[in-house]
Design a protein. Structure first.
Length: 149
């Protein structure tokens, strides 16, 4: 399950089970639709789009201003774990169970670059943009060999 405040600060969204639900501060359902189980979601900085990854390996983009209308989606070939949207709303970092992080163009879903070497097995590392102009990518790695009970 994933929960996030919408950029307006007056509503929040949750995705789990087989539905995505938007509620107001009183908990009243504002909007709901069927979906696979969401693993992560993010909003672009101006609050017009929501980008999600689900447990079926889908990357989805919704228009918030158009009542959460699906704008685009693509099917990935491996398990997705987290997503991060750049401040200019042009790019997403997509983390997965594969040993790489992908940099995608958000409009065309075109892979611009992959960053290899991270490993996610037990713990999830959430990748992010960084630096003054977001020209750095930060990701972590936590393989099973690093896990101690």
């Amino acid at each position: 399950m994933v929960c996030r405040w919408l950029p307006d600060g007056q509503n929040f969204i949750s995705g789990g089970g087989n539905a995505i639900t938007v509620r107001n501060l009183r908990g009243t359902v504002i909007h709901q639709w069927n979906s696979d189980h969401l693993l992560d979601l993010a909003f672009n900085p101006d609050g017009s789009k929501m980008v999600c990854v689900d447990d079926e390996g889908k990357l989805l983009v919704y228009s918030i201003k158009d009542g959460f209308r699906e704008l685009n989606h693509c099917q990935m070939s491996y398990t997705l774990t987290s997503i991060s949207v750049s401040k200019d709303s042009k790019y997403v970092l997509l983390s997965s169970m594969a040993p790489e992080v992908l940099l995608l163009d958000i409009e065309e879903f075109k892979c611009l670059r992959s960053f290899k070497g991270q490993a996610q097995q037990i713990f999830m590392g959430r990748s992010c943009f960084g630096g003054p102009e977001e020209n750095f990518v930060l990701s972590g790695s936590a393989g099973i060999q690093n896990y101690k009970k």
